[in-house]
Design a protein around this ligand. Structure first.
Ligand SMILES: [Fe+2]
Length: 294
C-alpha cells in the first residue's frame, strides 16, 4: 500500500493545493508533536536573531559569510574526498539521473556523518526553521557531482518543483567556484513562480513554456565562489541545474523538510527517518527532532 502511495505520489502531489490540504491534516493528526516542534522552533529562532533570513516573497537567500568554520571545514573534507575517491565515478556514463547529477559518497560514509553534523549547525538550523515555520527534519545530505556535458530530456535540467511539501529548504553549498559555465542552480523567485502553480501539471517544463507566463529576466542563475550558500525553497521556486558548460560542478546539498510533508506516506514521518541511526545518548533534544528520531 505504502509502495503504491509512493508510486502515485507524483499524481497525488499536484496541483499545489493538494499538498496544503495533506499537510494540514497531517499536522492535525500529529498535534502533540506539532506543538513540541513549534516550541522548539521558537527556541531555535530566538537564539539567533541577527542572522539573514529567507524572505517569503523570494523563497531563497544567497549567503556568503566571511567566516564560517563549520562550512570551511566541510569544504576541505569534501575536497579531500573528491581527490581520493575512485576516480571512475567521474568518468563513467551513469544511468538515468546519474547522467547529469550524481551523489559521490555512500550513505554510511564518514563524509555523510560530517554533512549531517553540519546540517545540525545551530546557525543553519535557525535560518531554515525561521523560514519553514517549524523545526524541520533533515531529509538528506549529499555531495553531488554534475558533469555538465549533455542535456537529457525530462530531468532536473528543466524547470520543476520538488515534490516534498509546501515549503522546504535545500541548502546548496558550493564546494568549488560555480560560474555560468558550471551548470549553476537557476531558479525563479517564489512570487513569480506562483503565477504558474495552477497551470503546473507536475514534471518538467520547457524554458519556452515557462517564458510564456514569466519574464525570463526572473530566471536567476546563481553563481558564486566556493563557500557560497544558497537557501532555496525548491517546493515554491521553479528551478533547474546541471546544464552543459565547460566545467563540472561540485556542490553539497542539505535538505530540510516539514515532518508533515506530503512525501511522508500516511500523515507522518516516523516511518522513515533517514538519519535516525546517528542519534545516541549524547544527542541534544533539538538534534533528535532534526534527525527524525522524535
Ligand atoms: Fe529539484
Amino acid at each position: 500500500m505504502t509502495k503504491r502511495f509512493l508510486e502515485y505520489q507524483k499524481n497525488f502531489n499536484y496541483p499545489y493545493t493538494k499538498r496544503k490540504v495533506y499537510e494540514r491534516i497531517s499536522r492535525f493528526l500529529n498535534f502533540p508533536t506539532y506543538s513540541i516542534r513549534k516550541y522548539l522552533a521558537f527556541q531555535v529562532i530566538k537564539r539567533n536573531q541577527k542572522l539573514p533570513s529567507v524572505s517569503k516573497k523570494d523563497g531563497f537567500l544567497v549567503w556568503f559569510p566571511q567566516e564560517f568554520d563549520a562550512v570551511n571545514q566541510i569544504i576541505a573534507e569534501s575536497r579531500e574526498y573528491i581527490a581520493n575517491v575512485d576516480q571512475s565515478i567521474f568518468t563513467k556514463q551513469g544511468k538515468g539521473k546519474e547522467q547529469y547529477l550524481r551523489g559521490i559518497h555512500p550513505d554510511k560514509s564518514r563524509l555523510t556523518e560530517s554533512l549531517v553534523k553540519l546540517a545540525c549547525d545551530p546557525t543553519l538550523v535557525s535560518i531554515v526553521t525561521k523560514y519553514i515555520g517549524i523545526l524541520p527534519i533533515i531529509n538528506g545530505v549529499k555531495l553531488l557531482y554534475s558533469p555538465n556535458k549533455k542535456i537529457y530530456e525530462g530531468g532536473a535540467q528543466f524547470f520543476h518543483l520538488d515534490p516534498e511539501g509546501i515549503r522546504q529548504i535545500k541548502l546548496y553549498i558550493h564546494v568549488e567556484d560555480v560560474t555560468e559555465e558550471s551548470g549553476p542552480l537557476t531558479l525563479i523567485p517564489a512570487k513569480e513562480s506562483q503565477k504558474i502553480y495552477q497551470l503546473y501539471p507536475g514534471g518538467r517544463l520547457t524554458d519556452e513554456w515557462v517564458s510564456r507566463f514569466i519574464d525570463p529576466q526572473y530566471f536567476y542563475s546563481i553563481t558564486g565562489a566556493s563557500g557560497t550558500m544558497i537557501f532555496a525553497d525548491t517546493s515554491r521556486c521553479f528551478h533547474l541545474g546541471s546544464r552543459p558548460g565547460k566545467n563540472p560542478r561540485f556542490v553539497i546539498i542539505l535538505q530540510y523538510i516539514s515532518p508533515f510533508a506530503i512525501n511522508f506516506p500516511w500523515f507522518g514521518w516516523v516511518r522513515k527517518p533517514l538519519h535516525a541511526h546517528l542519534v545516541n545518548d549524547n544527542t541534544s533534544m533539538i538534534d533528535q527532532y532534526l534527525l527524525g528520531a522524535q
